[in-house]
Each structure stands twice: as C-alpha cells, then as structure tokens.
Ligand binder design. Structure first.
Ligand code: FRU
Length: 469
C-alpha cells in the first residue's frame, strides 16, 4: 500500500498507515503523555482493533511507538476495543474490552473487560486473570453484546470504572464497578440511563471531578436531534452532577452536546501533573464518507487538538492546550472594517491558527471564507438574524458537505473566534471555548486562501500564525 500524503495533518495525531478511531488510554505516565487508539493496521477501514500508541512531552509533537496490544487471546480474539489507562505501583495498567464474535451472529457477540500491564510504558502483557469483568457480572437488564469501553480512575484507595452498556429495552446506560487492586471487581450500580431520545446505546464513558462537581461524558448512539443539536449520527454529550460513590447514584440535570461541528466522537480525558483536565476526541464520525479511504490514501482517522476542560458556571468550556503556542510562526496582524464587501487576506497556508475579534454591531452577516480556492470555500460566519455561528462545508472540497450552527453568547457586540486549520481539518473555539465546532474538510491543493466578508459593516481584528511542528 502506498500512502497518499495529500490530506495528512501536521499538528494532529494521525496514523502512519491504516485506520484509526477512538482515543484510548489517554494518560500521563512518568513525565510523558501517552495516547493509545483504536487501530486497524492492515487497511484504511475499520477491522479487528489493535491499540496503536503514541507518546509526547507536550501534547503537540508525538512519537509513534509499537502496537501496544493486539487481538490474540481467547478473551479478545475479535478485537481489543476501547478502554483506558491508570498508573498503579509505578506500572501502567490498561483496561480494555475484549470483543468476541464467534459465530458472526449479532446475538452471540460478547464483550468482556481485560487488563494489560507495563513497567516501561511501551511493552504490555495481558494478565492471566483475564477477563477481570465478565458478562456474569452484568446487572440483569444489561445486554452482554454491548458492554464496553471501561474508563478507570482512583478515589481514595479504591479504583472505579465506568463502562458503557445497552439496556434490554435498547436505551443507553452506564455501569459503575469498584476494586481495590484492579483485578477483583464488584458491581456498584447503574449510575445513569438515557431516556429514549438520548440514545440507544451509551459507549465510551468518562467520569471525572471538576471542583465540587462530577462530570459524566458519554458517546451516545443515535440521539434524536433537537434543533441545532445532535445532528450527527452519534453524539458525545456531558452530564453535570454529583456522584454518590457508596450508593452508586449520580444525580444530574440536563445533558449537553460537547462539540457543535461534524467530527467529534468518543472523547476521553486525563489529568496531568499541572492538574489540568485535558480532553481529546476522535476527529471523525461513523457512517459518513471518508475520502482518504475511498480514494486509497492508505490511512484514515485523526485526533482533535487536546483541549483543557474547565467549569464556568454550570457549563464546561474547552480551551486548546497552551503548548500549541510554542509552534506559532510567521505572525501577521491586521485590522479591517468592511461594508457589504469581501477582502482577500494576504497569506496562504494549510497549517495555521487565526485569532479574531469581530465587531458585529452593524452587520447582518460577517465572517470568513476559509480554505478558499477557485471553486471551494468553507464558510464560518455570524448570522445576526438567526443569532448563530454557522459552519458551512457544503463547498469545502471532495468530502461530505453539510451545515452546523450554534448560538454564541455575544458580549458588547463582539464575537471572538480561535480557528485552527490543519490541511483536512478545521477546529473553531468560540468566545474562549464556550462552544467548539470541529469538522473534516477536503479542499484541493490550491484552496489555501482566506477571505473575510460582511453584509452590513463589520470590524475585524485578526492575528494569524502558521503552526509548524
Ligand atoms: C466507539 C466504538 C467503541 C468501541 C470501538 C470499536 O467509536 O464503537 O464503543 O470500543 O468504537 O472500535
């Protein structure tokens, strides 16, 4: 297989060759960040997952390491599905789902939880006690076919794990287990359940504390869309509340979409030595067209930029890791006021960051034509009549199209955006991370121009940097 480099990203984690989906085992171990991922090395299409592995000192520059675990045991023979990592006794423990599909009949599928351990963070050994949580430890109303993606954490001297599940009535739910040694586990309770409109199966859970609150993240299959929200095939959401560890009860209010673009799924978080809660997600979505796969580029899949998660009021905000600033180069600053007009900006790039404040007091529409060429453009603008930020990739290039919208919180008539472009991706952070919009785009090589436009009058302050890793 030859690799076609056309759409390869430079400051995002992508596979050297083959297929990538969910981030796994995102952790900080012995002074370095480790990231594993669902990996099919033999083609650019999903297949029995292995765990690919990269590590980094700063979350921007990553080194590729050998495959950490492969489906080669009776308890994981059809795939090492998603899971997480935790340090214990100076060793790095991975907990992952063994996928078993012995007859290729959906009703015979089984999913169990296994452990692999490493003392150097590179070579992993599966333990003889596997599986450590079998389907015999499921509550009666949970289906053994959908029991996956364990996320570990420690509280006091107890380990806890949340695991994704499907109720026999086909709604999503999250199961909590506890253990003193990561090997012997006990079921605590089902801590959260979806009503019918919030998804048929809940996968890739994460649970962490921020301040006084507990946050539960879930990736929910087939949510019903609500206006601008939940318009992708599946949606990653968060719930804010308080976990009672003893009773295994999680009281919470409401549920929120994490990212308002097209390509953000299965996020996972870590906490690092600076106490930062950092999230990374698969920058992609199931059930859509993948030009790098369709056109035999030899690879498919990417991770988002790592994002620091903070609590502001009773909502989460998402801020790009500050380390990315060390890779800024070729800075350029401009202030422009335009009225019913457009203006081509004097730079070209496929690897950049734009930081902008747009004064929209007298504009009905104002924004950017990103990755613009003769025929292509990705539109990002504020629409006053609708009071929305709009990301429109209908004419972006050869990938899937579509429009996504989200309602910003405009203060003093100013909209603040941070935009990252990395060849085939765009990530937008609105008003200091109050909302984010993430999308894959596939512009042709000549579409590396940037333009601003306004209906009515808009004043733009723009700082642009190239990002060079
Ligand atoms: C989510 C997911 C996980 C599963 C993995 C398999 O994208 O379906 O639930 O573990 O992908 O690759």
């Amino acid at each position: 297989q030859k690799i076609n480099n056309k759409y390869r990203m430079s400051f995002h984690v992508i596979p050297t060759i083959g297929w990538m989906n969910d981030p796994n085992g995102f952790s900080y171990y012995k002074g370095e960040y480790h990231l594993f991922y669902q990996y099919h090395p033999y083609s650019s299409e999903w297949g029995p997952p292995h765990w690919g592995h990269v590590k980094s000192k700063d979350l921007v520059k990553w080194d590729h390491l050998p495959i950490a675990i492969a489906p080669d045991m009776p308890y994981d023979s059809d795939g090492c599905f998603s899971g997480s990592a935790i340090e214990h006794d100076e060793k790095l423990y991975l907990m992952y789902t063994g996928h078993l599909d012995p007859t290729k009949k959906p009703e015979d599928i089984r999913q169990v939880q296994n452990i692999a351990v490493s003392s150097d963070g590179i070579n992993f050994e599966k333990i003889k006690e596997n599986p450590v949580i079998g389907t015999n430890m499921l509550p009666k109303d949970a289906k053994p076919q959908d029991f996956r993606d364990p996320k570990l954490w420690k509280k006091g001297d107890m380990f806890y794990v949340v695991i994704g599940s499907r109720n026999i009535d086909n709604s999503g739910q999250i199961l909590l287990y506890k253990s003193k040694d990561l090997i012997n586990w006990e079921f605590v309770n089902t801590i959260a359940r979806s009503s019918n409109k919030i998804g048929e199966m809940w996968e890739c859970p994460d649970m962490f504390e921020i301040g006084e609150k507990n946050i539960l993240i879930v990736s929910s299959q087939f949510m019903k869309s609500e206006g601008d929200r939940f318009n992708n095939l599946h949606s990653s959401i968060y719930l804010i509340g308080k976990l009672n560890y003893e009773k295994g009860e999680f009281e919470h209010e409401g549920y929120y979409e994490i990212d308002h673009g097209f390509d953000f799924y299965a996020p996972q978080t870590l906490i690092d030595c600076k106490g930062r809660r950092i999230m990374i997600a698969w920058m992609n979505m199931w059930g859509q067209r993948w030009p790098t796969h369709e056109n035999n580029h030899g690879w498919n899949g990417a991770m988002t930029l790592p994002r620091v998660v903070e609590l502001k009021g009773n909502k989460l905000i998402f801020i790009p890791i500050e380390e990315i600033k060390n890779y800024r180069t070729n800075g350029y600053y401009v202030e422009e006021t335009i009225t019913n007009d457009f203006l081509l900006l004097p730079f070209r790039s496929f690897s950049l960051e734009i930081e902008t404040i747009i004064d929209v007091s007298n504009a009905t529409r104002a924004g950017f034509r990103l990755c613009k060429g003769k025929k292509e453009e990705t539109l990002l603008y504020f629409d006053r009549n609708e009071n929305k930020v709009v990301l429109d990739r209908s004419d972006s290039g050869e990938g899937p199209g579509g429009v996504r919208k989200t309602t910003p919180n405009i203060k003093d008539n100013k909209l603040k955006l941070r935009i990252f472009i990395d060849r085939s991706s765009v990530e937008v952070f609105i008003n200091d991370g109050e909302q984010t919009m993430t999308a894959l785009i596939y512009p042709s090589d000549e579409s590396n121009h940037y333009e601003i436009f306004a209906d009515g009058t808009a004043k733009f302050s723009i700082i642009k940097w190239d990002i060079r890793v």
